[in-house]
Ligand binder design. Structure first.
Ligand code: PAF
Length: 281
């Protein structure tokens, strides 16, 4: 696996690969790789001639009071894991390489962002869209792989690709979970031992809600208040949001039908965890 830190070198290398007829699978990450990322890399490996992974903690997607400076980083471990999972190229630019000057042309995401993490993290998805526009132009992938844990991110990227006619196909991969159901996340390391135990209720309550809907519940408010109670009674975390929308449009629904998402974010002492379930009925 080759590590490349320069934008120009990465772009030239990828364009060469592409012009020799190779398909490129791309897994963009912010590093501190866990099994969720490795699943994406392995799937990209199975489906492409060339696999590129990027590690870039993108400052544009962090708010002023968020965890940019403390976001976990471990390049040595990440590069070993990326290589073992099948990456051919690891793009690892620093912030001045990606943003030599502040962007003069900004990306503003105008839909699917007034709810869930978009509401709690104003500007977050503008930063995600901006960095992905750059990364897609640098890596020129045929396929880009994203985990469904960030379902709102997937809904936004789907719109970005459509609105800007980016010649890449979005591939999504199911959330990878610990054996007790907790969604894998780079931020799980910040949970205190009791919080780690309590955090199981996040996925559990989503599964219970799913079961209720499969068994006939159609009232979003009933589903959400049931989940709120379950989480409040079983964890010390503070609920940031628990919401239910149509998916991928992320519009409120009066009655549960079609494809919907139930998504939640819960804040623990040093980690804010997200999880979701998508149900089609
Ligand atoms: O999901 C992430 O890790 C990031 O939002 C992404 C897609 C790599 C953009 O910085």
């Amino acid at each position: 696996m080759k590590v490349i830190r320069s934008v120009k070198e990465m772009q030239n290398t990828m364009l060469e690969q592409k012009s020799s007829g190779k398909s490129i699978g791309f897994v963009p990450t912010m590093g501190y790789l866990h099994e969720g990322h490795l699943t994406l890399i392995k799937q990209a490996r199975r489906e492409n001639d060339v696999v590129a992974v990027s590690i870039f903690v993108n400052p544009l997607q962090f708010g002023a009071n968020e965890d940019l400076s403390t976001y976990p980083r471990d390049f040595e471990r990440d590069s070993q894991l990326a290589e073992e999972s099948g990456a051919d190229y690891l793009f690892y630019p620093d912030a001045s390489e990606m943003y030599p000057r502040p962007l003069a042309i900004k990306v503003t995401v105008g839909d699917r962002t007034d709810v869930l993490c978009g509401r709690s993290r104003p500007g977050h998805f503008d930063g995600v869209a901006a960095v992905l526009l750059k990364l897609f132009n640098i890596v020129v992938p045929d396929f880009a792989y994203f985990g469904m844990k960030d379902a709102q991110q997937v809904a936004v990227i789907d719109m970005l690709i459509t609105d800007y006619n980016i010649p890449v196909t979005l591939k999504t991969v199911e959330t990878v979970r610990e054996s007790d159901g907790l969604a894998k996340s780079s931020r799980n390391v910040y949970l205190q031992p009791n919080e780690r135990e309590e955090a199981v209720i996040l996925n559990k309550s989503l599964n219970e809600a799913r079961e209720g809907i499969i068994n006939g519940e159609r009232d979003p408010e009933k589903v959400l208040s049931f989940m709120r109670e379950r989480i409040q009674q079983n964890s010390s975390g503070t609920i940031d949001y628990i919401e239910l929308y149509s998916y991928p449009e992320l519009k409120p629904v009066k009655e549960i039908k079609g494809t919907i998402i139930i998504a939640l974010a819960v804040k623990f002492t040093k980690a804010r965890l997200i999880d979701n379930t998508i149900i089609s009925i």
